[in-house]
Design a protein around this ligand. Structure first.
Ligand SMILES: [Fe+2]
Ligand SMILES: [Fe+2]
Length: 152
């Protein structure tokens, strides 16, 4: 990412990245030793790069805000395995929890909601990503999860 791209990337995320609720994602682990906040920034950056390198002309606001908030569920799903079904259900349910949080805290628009709620497809079979912004984040999330889990 060159300097202009980094400036553009940051311009969309400012106002979100310092929000206390968003910062809470730093307290939870996503994969390996990577926090949910770090993972979400990785996903946003990869989605941005895929979009610019492949010249897909995605709408950057829903792409980047959706990527940043795609895992905005704010609980520790690893802890949950000790005492409830949340661990088993997390993969299916967290996109809706994250989307509800994003609406509550930031009143995100419909396209951003789709980015968040469809990112686990095909696990969440009915939440099919239709716009290119949602498809890009769905792909970037899987690539980042694999890298964060297996490459340490
Ligand atoms: Fe997720
Ligand atoms: Fe994710």
């Amino acid at each position: 990412m060159n300097r202009e791209e980094l400036q553009e990337f940051n311009s969309y995320l400012k106002g979100y990245i310092d929000n206390p609720e968003v910062r809470k994602m730093a307290d939870f682990v996503a994969h390996g030793k990577v926090s949910v906040l770090h993972h979400s920034l990785n996903v946003a950056m990869l989605a941005y790069l895929l979009n610019s390198r492949l010249k897909l002309k995605a709408d950057l606001e829903p792409l980047l805000i959706g990527a940043l908030l795609h895992d905005f569920y704010l609980y520790d799903w690893h802890e949950a395995r000790l005492n409830s079904n949340i661990f088993k259900m997390h993969g299916f349910t967290h996109p809706k929890v994250a989307c509800d949080n994003a609406i509550r805290h930031f009143a995100v628009d419909k396209k951003t909601q789709e980015v968040i709620s469809c990112h686990m497809w095909p696990l969440t079979l009915r939440s099919l990503p239709r716009h290119k912004e949602a498809i890009l984040v769905c792909i970037a999330d899987k690539l980042c999860a694999i890298k964060e889990t297996f490459v340490r």
